[in-house]
Design a protein around this ligand. Structure first.
Ligand code: ADP
Length: 417
């Protein structure tokens, strides 16, 4: 009896032991599985975050280098190499040797010094320094360079240098300054003439019937000049701000040219100039008021600068040319057909323009002969306005001239089909 009981107990113990062992093995296997999964996930995450860092590093617009304690390059991204036109491996070279900018020595020194100054980095171990310079050897390139020196007991001493190309910003700033200077100059001349004449009249000339009308006419003419200048400045500012809304529709070009010819008929008559309409029966896809503004400015110039007793012709040519599209239009695919365009031209038989002026006439305030432009009431903005309007339609402007043999100003517009 006791023996049977003991055997049964032993059997039960064995069964419990075997059950625990199999449970334990199952648990062990599932823990190992979970651990392997976790390890795989961690590896995947590490690969992904490395890839992300590499993507940022390789594709950022700014040049970036990482320097070791001795100032040698350990990492450099492609933007850095392309910024300095470097085709060879730069790893291991000193930054000064690779970038050939002596000013960098001072920048790195300042960044390191500042990393040891608790007052300048809130007690941390990172120091910053920045500088802006013009890169020699390039037509025009401006860089803003930021250096951050990291001195850390566990991670070591490293310096991160970031190179921002600020050429566009610099150019825009210079253009703005030139524009302000030009506008001030343009305003000052008529204003001082008006002021001078008014003072002379007040000082007694108003009572002299021989001179008073002359001074009043000068005031009137210069007030007109100021009005035209302010009007043109407002148009330019509206066009450049991108606020211009085009009322696009089919525009029959021949009647538009006819309207401009009738608007300028009396001005043309004062210089015995004949205005001829040779525009074809064509429809442009454009804003009719803006088209008349463009034609008006070109015809106005052809009368102002053309030959007394000469002829001004407005004409058209239909062409298939690939022109840049307006910003709100979809980009053409490389395989798509070039958009059909109409070329409109205004041709005169005046003295024309010298070759060096052809690339510049569409710039704001550019004039071949300043005195002549002012004498004719020119603001120096007419062709800049033309260019803006045409480009906002997705067209192009151009000029051809043989000095002494007239000038032809042309622009393209999308053909309405
Ligand atoms: P402006 O108000 O001085 O006429 P524009 O921008 O209209 O300003 O023209 C710029 C300059 O281009 C003019 O000052 C003139 O020197 C030159 N120009 C424009 N049209 C003609 C033309 N048809 N023939 C000769 N020169 C021209």
């Amino acid at each position: 009896m006791w023996l049977i009981l003991a055997i049964l107990a032993l059997g039960a113990l064995l069964a419990v032991h075997l059950w625990w062992r199999s449970r334990f093995r199952q648990e062990q296997a599932s823990a190992a599985r979970r651990l392997a999964e976790l390890r795989e996930q961690t590896e995947r995450n590490a690969i992904q975050s490395n890839l992300q860092r590499e993507t940022v590093f390789n594709n950022m617009a700014e040049g970036l280098v990482l320097l070791d304690e001795d100032g040698h390059i350990q990492l450099a991204n492609p933007a850095f190499s392309s910024l300095f036109g470097l085709s060879q491996e730069v790893r291991g070279r000193s930054l000064l040797e690779a970038a050939r900018l002596p000013e960098l020595a001072e920048l790195l020194k300042n960044a390191h010094e500042s990393s040891h100054e608790p007052s300048r980095n809130n007690g941390g171990d990172v120091g910053h320094a920045a500088l802006e310079l013009r890169v020699p050897g390039f037509t025009e390139r401006w860089l803003e360079i930021n250096a951050s020196a990291v001195s850390n007991r566990s991670a070591g001493n490293w310096t991160v240098v970031v190179f921002h190309d600020v050429t566009r910003l610099k150019k825009a700033e210079r253009t703005r300054q030139e524009f302000v200077a030009n506008v001030s100059h343009e305003l000052r001349t008529p204003l001082s003439l008006i002021k001078g004449c008014a003072e002379t009249l007040i000082d007694g000339a108003k009572n002299d019937p021989n001179v008073a009308p002359k001074f009043l006419r000068t005031i009137d003419r210069n007030a007109d000049r100021l009005r035209l200048l302010v009007e043109d400045l407002l148009i330019i500012s509206e066009l450049e701000s991108g606020r211009i809304r085009l009322n696009l529709q089919p525009v029959p070009l021949r009647p538009s040219a006819e309207k401009v010819i009738s608007d300028y008929a009396s001005r043309a008559k004062t210089r015995q100039i004949r205005l001829v309409n040779e525009v074809g029966v064509l429809l442009a896809h454009a804003d009719p008021n803006r088209v008349e503004q463009v034609l008006g400015n070109l015809v106005d110039n052809a009368i102002k600068y053309g030959r007394i007793g000469g002829t001004v012709v407005i004409g058209t040519r239909e062409s298939r040319i690939d022109v840049p599209r307006a910003p709100n239009e979809q980009r053409a695919s490389p395989t798509s057909e070039p958009s059909p365009q109409i070329e409109v031209y205004v041709r005169d038989d005046g003295p024309g323009l010298p070759p060096q002026a052809l690339d510049r006439v569409f710039e704001r305030f550019y004039r071949v002969d300043k005195a002549r432009s002012r004498e004719q009431g020119g603001t120096g903005l007419g062709l800049a306005i033309v260019k803006h309007i045409v480009q906002s339609h997705g067209g192009k402007v151009s000029v051809k001239s043989d000095l002494g043999h007239g000038a032809t100003f042309s622009f393209t517009l999308p053909l309405y089909s």
